[in-house]
Structures are given as structure tokens and as C-alpha cells.
Design a protein. Structure first.
Lengths: 294, 274
């Protein structure tokens, strides 16, 4: 009986397991292998040479690698923090009783369904110094110093514009996760706190926040993972520029492979991204308790 | 009592700001798609066009290449979503129903496949499809899209399957059904809303995929996000046609997404209620 049962579940899982293993592990192993080679796609005459750890040493020694990792984390931390603040305020607001919230929720969900390429285009258009509405809005507010240079041509504002596009696209996700968490909170602690005469602010800090911690952590880790992969909006809005002010790890890996054609070195840089993805995936699994059952 | 009113007012203000913030770029693009070229370039920019014109949409739909791009997107999205469901549903069922000692490892691989940055996968995909002489065909892009949607389908459907009590199937099996019959006749109809939400989200992943499409598609197999990018990278951007193309790209997904909204939210937050 147990043997039959065993056969049974393998039969369900095997096709997709094989699919994922073939499609996922072969490219990863391939990346690992070519990260030890020097291979320029435009110079077939140089051949594909084994260079040992040379790419890794170069990546570690080059300050640009560290600057790019720094920029990536700057982007991730600021966007996730803003998404958390906005998403939380919005989730708390939508958790109050009001008839129109259902429609509001649908509208707020829309950015999440829009292709990141289109999000990038929309914001690029909006912040365009000549034809976009935002710079003129800022000028009307008297903030002329910000709009002296085109917003995407100034290193500081360019990064902030990318963050803004990301916040626009993913705040809905954070809002929905937190709202689902808020709706699932037990009522008893609130009733007890009400009897004890706790103020709204006390109730928020001593009941809502601690009870909601799992949802907050899930939102933060998933968003960290997904914003580490940011590429589309950067590609469309700035192409990594001005200079390399908006170049993140993903974009750097892409540029090395498809603009400098250095297959080996690009693979090494991509493995750094992959390594970060592994770490945060493990953290996520620990959070939702997938590592603890047996 | 007073405090409640203050909270309500603050909530209302936050919601209104959120609505304006959300709709701001959308409304701008919608209006721009109805503007004639001259009106695109008024300084300062005007929101509402003086004369609504369908010119931009006509240009899009009268260009055979653009229309082809649209159907490429439909083809790639449909094929990869079907693949995701064929592979994903049985695996999700297997994971939800059987205690397998390697289940954690498998969950890790599935989640990692879902979370791996696309840039890590795109280079080996490019080199391998070049080696296999598949460049310029639909095969690499369809497989690449299913690479993202299969793990997603497994992950999401697992949540929906585990909500169906096992006793239902057991009852069916006592009545003489095999496990497979119990699955197809009893369980699948019950998780149908979950399946529709999963397929929409899988479709969303493939429809919106850009990096793989950029690297793996040729002129013949190009999808909509790549077309949008081509407009943006031109020196003289025709913002009007561009806006129309952007809207044509996003409208199908917004419509489908809102249709399955409730289950979509549930699927997106799998694991977060635990």
C-alpha cells in the first residue's frame, strides 16, 4: 500500500519537477561553468579560454562591482521602505468600514497588472521636461531648482524617478498583503484593550503591529526579492544612466553580456544576483514556516 | 466618538491621495493616446485634448507588423500558460496531498526558480537556443515564459488544493472512484476559481515579460513589450501612437485581472496568512 502511494505522488510531481530541473538547473550549471571562462561573443578568434577564478577575482577587486551592489541595495531599501509606509497607511485606511472601498481596491490593484515596460514608458513620458506634466507641476509649485536639469539626466533625481515608478507599481501588492493580514486579525485583543481603555495609538502599537508582523515580513521579503530583479523600468527610463547612476546588478549583468559581449564575466556578476536570491528565498521559507514541518 | 470621525476623515484623505496617485499616469496616457501629434507638443502640456482623434489607434492597427506583434503576444502567452497548467496543477496537487520527505527541498527549488532574477537565466537561455539553432523561433520565448509560470502555478495552486478537505476525496474513493477520478470529478471543479486566477496570473507573467522577449525574439516573433521599447528608444518618439500601443498592451490584462480579482489577491498572498 505504501509503495503504491509513493508511486502515486511521484507520478503527479515528476513531470513538473523534471521540467523545472531541466529548464532551471541546466542554465544555472551552464552559467557556473562559463563563469570560469573568458569568452567574447564578438571575438570568435580569441576562442573560449579557461581562466580559473580570474573573473571572480576581477569582480571582487573592481570597485564598480561594489558600487553596483551598493546602488542595488540603495534602490531596494528605499523602494521597499516607501512601499511599506504607503502600503501600510493605505491598508489601514481600507480596513475601516466604508461602502466604496471595494471599487477603490479594484482601482488600486491596476498598476500591479501593467507591464513594467509600460510603467517605465508612462513615467518617462510624465517626467519629460518639455511634454510631461510633472516638471510643469513642480515649476508651478515653485520647485524650479529640481527641474533645472531634465529629471532623468540628473544622477540623484534619475534614481529617484526609477524608485517612484517602482513604488507606483508595487505599493498595491504591499497594500493587499497587509490588508489580508489586517482582516484576519483576531478581535478579542481589541475588545480587551477597549475595556482597559487603551487609546487608538496604543492599540496600534501594542496589538496591531505585533500581530501583523508575519504579514509585514512576508511583504518585505517578497518585495525585496522582486525588487532585486528590477530591470525593465531602468532599461526603458534611463538605460542605467546618466553615467551609471541607475545601474543595478541585473542591469550590469545584462550590459556585460549584451553590450560588451563578455559572456564569462557577465555570468560571474549574474551569480552574485543569484546568490542574493538564494539567501532571501531561504529567509522567506523560514518566515512562512516551510522549513519547520518535519 | 470624535476620534472615530477623525480616523474616518484621515482614512478618506489617504485613500483619495492614493487614487489620484494611481490614476495620474494612467489618465495621462489615456488622454495622450487620443491627441493629435501637434497637441502632444504643447508647452506647458495640456491634459485634455482639444480634439479627440482615433489617429493613433488607426496607425497601430493599420501597421501589419504591429498587429502581428499583438498576435505573437497572444500566442506566446496562451502556449506558456497552458504549459504552466499542465505541469503545475498535478504537481501542486501532489505537494498538497502527500507527505513527501523531500517536499521542502522541492518547495525551495520551486520558490527559488520563481525568485531568480531573469537576468541570471537570460544569458544561458540565449546561448543554448543559439547553439540549438532555435533563435528567431517561438520555442525559446515560450519555454522561457513557462519557466516563470510553472513554478508560480505550482506555488499558487498548492494553496488552493490544501483548502479542499481530503475527506471529500476519501468519500469518493470509498464509493469506488480511483484517486485520479476523485481528482478530476470532485477536486478540480471545486478549485476552478483558483485555476482561473492562476491562469490569469501566469498569463500576466508571460504577457508582461520583457527581458527574455528582448533577447530571445526576432523581428517575426517580437512581443508587445519589445514593441513598446522600440518606440521609446527612437529619437523622435511619437508619444501618441506610443500611448495607444501602451494601452493596447495593458488593457487585456487589466480586464482579466479585475475579473478574477478576489482569487487573485488570495493567490498573491499565499503563505502570508499562516
Amino acid at each position: 500500500m505504501s509503495e503504491r502511494k509513493n508511486f502515486n505522488h511521484i507520478q503527479y510531481i515528476l513531470p513538473s519537477l523534471l521540467f523545472i530541473l531541466v529548464i532551471f538547473l541546466i542554465p544555472i550549471i551552464y552559467t557556473l561553468v562559463i563563469s570560469f571562462f573568458s569568452w567574447n561573443l564578438l571575438r570568435p578568434d580569441l576562442g573560449i579560454k579557461f581562466v580559473g577564478f580570474k573573473n571572480y577575482l576581477q569582480a571582487l577587486k573592481d570597485p564598480f562591482t561594489w558600487e553596483t551592489i551598493g546602488r542595488t541595495f540603495y534602490f531596494v531599501i528605499i523602494s521597499v521602505l516607501l512601499e511599506l509606509i504607503f502600503g501600510f497607511s493605505l491598508a489601514l485606511s481600507l480596513n475601516t468600514e466604508f461602502k466604496g472601498w471595494k471599487i477603490v481596491q479594484s482601482i488600486i490593484l491596476i498598476p500591479f497588472m501593467i507591464a513594467p515596460v509600460v510603467v517605465g514608458f508612462a513615467w518617462k513620458f510624465i517626467v519629460n521636461n518639455d511634454y510631461g506634466p510633472l516638471p510643469h507641476f513642480l515649476i508651478n509649485l515653485g520647485l524650479t531648482s529640481i527641474t533645472e536639469n531634465p529629471l532623468l539626466a540628473n544622477p540623484t533625481t534619475a534614481m529617484f524617478m526609477i524608485i517612484m515608478a517602482d513604488v507606483w507599481e508595487y505599493t498595491p501588492f504591499v497594500t493587499l498583503v497587509l490588508l489580508a493580514g489586517l482582516k484576519a486579525l483576531p478581535q478579542e485583543p481589541y475588545e480587551a484593550a477597549y475595556v482597559d481603555g487603551a487609546s487608538a495609538i496604543q492599540r496600534f502599537f501594542y496589538i496591531t503591529l505585533p500581530l501583523l508582523r508575519p504579514s509585514i515580513m512576508v511583504a518585505v521579503v517578497i518585495r525585496t526579492l522582486t525588487s532585486l530583479r528590477v530591470f525593465d523600468t531602468i532599461f526603458i527610463m534611463t538605460g542605467g544612466g546618466p553615467g551609471s547612476a541607475t545601474e543595478t546588478l541585473s542591469f550590469y549583468g545584462y550590459r556585460l553580456a549584451f553590450q560588451s559581449y563578455q559572456m564569462g564575466y557577465s555570468s560571474t556578476i549574474n551569480l552574485i544576483s543569484f546568490f542574493l536570491a538564494i539567501i532571501f528565498t531561504l529567509i522567506y521559507m523560514k518566515l512562512i514556516g516551510w522549513d519547520s514541518n518535519e | 466618538m470624535n476620534k472615530n470621525i477623525i480616523i474616518k476623515i484621515v482614512s478618506l484623505i489617504i485613500v483619495i491621495i492614493a487614487l489620484i496617485w494611481t490614476l495620474y499616469p494612467l489618465v495621462w496616457i489615456i488622454f495622450s493616446s487620443f491627441k493629435a501629434p501637434l497637441e502632444q507638443f504643447t508647452i506647458p502640456p495640456k491634459w485634455i485634448p482639444e480634439k479627440f482623434t482615433l489617429r493613433n489607434y488607426k496607425i497601430f492597427f493599420s501597421n501589419a507588423e504591429f498587429v502581428r506583434t499583438f498576435f505573437n503576444s497572444v500566442l506566446v502567452t496562451t502556449s506558456s500558460t497552458i504549459l504552466a497548467l499542465i505541469f503545475g496543477i498535478p504537481a501542486a496537487y501532489g505537494l498538497a496531498r502527500f507527505n513527501w520527505k523531500h517536499a521542502n527541498l522541492l518547495s525551495f527549488i520551486i520558490l527559488l526558480a520563481r525568485m531568480t532574477p531573469p537576468v541570471v537565466m537570460v544569458l544561458p537561455f540565449f546561448l543554448i537556443s543559439r547553439y540549438l539553432n532555435l533563435s528567431g523561433t517561438y520555442i525559446p520565448i515560450i519555454i522561457a515564459c513557462s519557466f516563470f509560470s510553472v513554478p508560480f502555478a505550482v506555488w499558487m495552486m498548492q494553496g488552493f488544493f490544501s483548502e479542499i478537505p481530503e475527506s471529500l476525496e476519501e468519500a469518493a474513493r470509498i464509493d469506488g472512484c480511483t484517486r485520479f477520478e476523485a481528482l478530476t470529478k470532485i477536486v478540480l471543479p471545486l478549485v476552478l476559481p483558483g485555476i482561473s486566477a492562476t491562469s490569469i496570473l501566469c498569463a500576466l507573467i508571460s504577457w508582461n515579460e520583457f527581458l527574455f522577449a528582448l533577447v530571445l525574439t526576432g523581428q517575426e516573433t517580437r512581443t508587445l513589450p519589445v514593441l513598446v521599447n522600440m518606440f521609446v528608444s527612437e529619437k523622435n518618439v511619437d508619444w501618441g501612437v506610443m500611448s495607444a500601443a501602451a494601452l493596447i498592451t495593458v488593457i487585456p490584462m487589466i480586464v482579466f485581472g479585475l475579473l478574477v480579482q478576489n482569487n487573485l489577491v488570495k493567490g498573491l498572498t499565499v503563505g502570508s496568512e499562516k
